[in-house]
Ligand binder design. Structure first.
Ligand code: FAD
Length: 386
C-alpha cells in the first residue's frame, strides 16, 4: 500500500487526502493549527470545484451548503445605476454544473469530516521536508517526524514545501488592494437573494453572493498601500468612511455587518512556476499556485490538483516518481494561466490603470451577459473533470 503524508488540512490537503484514500492509499494529514478555525467567511466554489467535490463523494453535502446563484448584476456603486443584469443559467447549462458559494468554515468542516476529523494530526507544524531514495520525510516543530512514499505539501500560500521544491525562497507580490469579508443575513436592499450582486466604482468593488442559511457572503475590495495597521473590530467604521458617498445598498450592507466578524486580508499572489515536484515531494494548492481571488479559482484549482493527483497515480500505480511528474505535467500550465488571468482581472477591477478601468465600466453598460459568462466558462473549463 502506498503511504502519503499530507501537510496542511486546508481545502487542498483534505481534498487530496480523500482522492488518494479513494484509490487505496494509506493517508496521514498533519496540520499546524491546534483546532479548525478557517480564516475568511466564504468562497465561491465554481462549477469545476463543485465537480471535484462531487467526485470526492460530497455531491449532496455540497449542494446543501451552497447558495443558489441564478443571476448576476453590476451596479454603479456611486449612483446605484444597474449597469447590467443577466441570468447565469446559460453558464450552468454550458458547463454542466451549478457553482456554489459556501461558507468557508462549513466547506472546511465538510472535507475534514469526510476524512475523519479525529484522524487529522493537529498541532504539527512542518519545519523541514526532504526527498529520499525510498521515502520522503518531514520534521515537525515539536521534534517529531513522519515519512511516506510521497509527501504532499499543501501548506498554503506561505509554503515551507515550496522553498524546498524550488530550492529557493519566493517573493509574494502585493496586488495593491485589501479585501474585507464576512457573512450577513440576506437583505434585498443590498441585492436579490439569488443574485451575485457587484457594486463597482473608484477602483473599488463591493459584492454579495448567497450561501446556505439565508446569508450573504460579502466582500469589499479597496486599493490600499501594503502594511497599513488594522485594529481588529474597526472594519465597520473604516468601510463607512470609505463608502460614505456610495449608494444606499452599499451603506445598508455596511450597517448590517458585525465588525467583530469581519476579516481583513491583504491580497498577494506568486508568479507562476513550473516545478511542483522534487523526487517524492510535491506541492498542491496555494503552495503551488498562489493567486489573487479575483476570478474565484484558488480553492477550485486546489481541488483540481487533488483529482489530477489521483488520476496520475491511477495511470502510474507502481511508480511514485512517474506519477508525481505526470501530476505536475497535467497541472502547471492550467493553474499558472488562472493565476495570470486573476492578476489581470485584479488590475482592471482595482484601477491599476484608471483609463482601463473606466473602459471596463463603460463596457459593463453594454453587457448582455454573454461575454462575462464566456469568460467565467473559460476559467471553469480545462481541469481534470473539464
Ligand atoms: P490553505 O487553505 O491555506 O490551507 C493550508 C493549510 O496548511 C492551513 O490549514 C495551514 O494552517 C496549514 N499549514 C501551513 N503551513 C504549515 C506547516 N508548516 N505545517 C503544517 N501545516 C501547515 N478560492 C476559490 O476557489 N474561490 C473563491 O471565491 C476564493 N475567494 C478567496 C477570497 C479571499 C479573500 C482569499 C484570500 C482567497 C480566496 N480563495 C478563493 C482562495 C482559496 O482560499 C485558496 O486558494 C485555498 O484556501 C487554498 O487551499 P490550500 O489548502 O492550498 O491552502
Amino acid at each position: 500500500m502506498v503511504k502519503a503524508v499530507i501537510i496542511g488540512a486546508g481545502m487542498g490537503g483534505t481534498s487530496a487526502a480523500l482522492a488518494l484514500r479513494h484509490i487505496g492509499f494509506d493517508v496521514e494529514i498533519y496540520e499546524q493549527v491546534r483546532e479548525n478555525k478557517p480564516v475568511g467567511a466564504a468562497i465561491s466554489v465554481w462549477s469545476n470545484g463543485v465537480k471535484c467535490l462531487n467526485h470526492l463523494g460530497l455531491e449532496a453535502q455540497t449542494a446543501k451548503l451552497g447558495g443558489t446563484m441564478n443571476s448576476m448584476s453590476y451596479i454603479n456603486g456611486l449612483s446605484g445605476e444597474v449597469m447590467c443584469r443577466f441570468s447565469m443559467l446559460p453558464l450552468i447549462e454550458a458547463v454542466g454544473q451549478r457553482p456554489y458559494p459556501i461558507a468557508r468554515a462549513e466547506l472546511q468542516l465538510m472535507l475534514m469530516e469526510k476524512f475523519g476529523v479525529d484522524e487529522i494530526q493537529f498541532g504539527k507544524k512542518m519545519t523541514a521536508v526532504a526527498d529520499g531514495a525510498d521515502a520522503a520525510s518531514v520534521r515537525f516543530a515539536d521534534g517529531s517526524s513522519a515519512s511516506g512514499d510521497i509527501v504532499i505539501c499543501a501548506d498554503g500560500a506561505k509554503s515551507v514545501g515550496r522553498d524546498y521544491v524550488l530550492g529557493r525562497s519566493t517573493q509574494r507580490r502585493y496586488a495593491g488592494y485589501v479585501n474585507f469579508n464576512g457573512l450577513v443575513a440576506v437583505d434585498e436592499a443590498v441585492g436579490p437573494a439569488t443574485e451575485w450582486t457587484t457594486y463597482v466604482g473608484e477602483g473599488k468593488r463591493v459584492s454579495v453572493m448567497p450561501v446556505a442559511g439565508n446569508r450573504f457572503y460579502f466582500f469589499f475590495d479597496t486599493p490600499e498601500p501594503e502594511g497599513l495597521v488594522f485594529e481588529p473590530g474597526t472594519a465597520k467604521e473604516i468601510l463607512a468612511a470609505k463608502f460614505a458617498h456610495w449608494t444606499g445598498g452599499v451603506r445598508a450592507l455596511i450597517e448590517a455587518i458585525d465588525p467583530a466578524a469581519v476579516n481583513r486580508v491583504e491580497i498577494f499572489d506568486v508568479d507562476p512556476f513550473d516545478t511542483w515536484v522534487r523526487g517524492r515531494v510535491a506541492l498542491l494548492g496555494d503552495a503551488a499556485h498562489n493567486t489573487t481571488p479575483d476570478i474565484g479559482q484558488g480553492g477550485c484549482s486546489a481541488m483540481e490538483d487533488a483529482v489530477a493527483l489521483q488520476f496520475a497515480f491511477q495511470d502510474h500505480p507502481n511508480d511514485p516518481h512517474a506519477a508525481l511528474l505526470a501530476y505536475q505535467a497535467a497541472r502547471t500550465e492550467r493553474a499558472g494561466e488562472l493565476v495570470l488571468r486573476a492578476r489581470k482581472r485584479s488590475d482592471v477591477t482595482h484601477a491599476m490603470d484608471p483609463a482601463v478601468t473606466q473602459a471596463w465600466y463603460d463596457k459593463l453598460r453594454e453587457e448582455d451577459g454573454s461575454s462575462i459568462l464566456r469568460g467565467i466558462a473559460d476559467n471553469i473549463m480545462g481541469g481534470p473533470l473539464t
